[in-house]
Design a protein around this ligand. Sequence first.
Ligand code: ZN
Length: 203
Amino acid sequence: MNALSSQVLVLNRLWQPVNICDVKRAVSLLFVGHADVVDTDKEAGFQTHDADSWMSHSESYKGSEVLHSVSHQLRIPSIIVLTHYDRLPKQDLKFCRQTVFERDKFTCQYCGEKFENHELNLDHVIPRQKGGETSWENVVCSCIRCNTRKANKLPAQANMRPLNEPRKPRWRPFFLQASVQRIAHTSWKHFIELPPGEISLSS
Ligand SMILES: [Zn+2]
């Protein structure tokens, strides 16, 4: 295996998996001090290493996953954790038509039926005319028929209430991101929850 081609799992400062990068990127983040290496070898718990500490750890490392320079060897990390606030990726779901549809699982929140994208609308639970905001908490997915029926009425007036109370969704689960198709290292299992059968373990 080409050592440089292996993948490194990137955790944010809250130890949540946020990305996967290549070894070159991981090592450069380590050496500029933007990331620490997470060592999962120890039974007792995870240890983090900054660049200096990882260098000395690497000296005694006997495994095969190493980078060599003239006088040193560097063990290839499998997980790094970001140390800087400005390195926190903006993972927050953006409020838009598509993400509301996804949150509501393409299901009309009034009649409970599932629809295709083009058959769906966004509905303001409290109508805009009556001061309702365009927000996660006041907008739901609605089929065109229900949307027309509800029109500018309040839920009580229309006798139509959303099936689920609309709220801001939590972060998009990491495994749904296109970049993560498989787990490259067994150590990642500590941090990534897999939907059964969808992602295979490659080593
Ligand atoms: Zn409907």
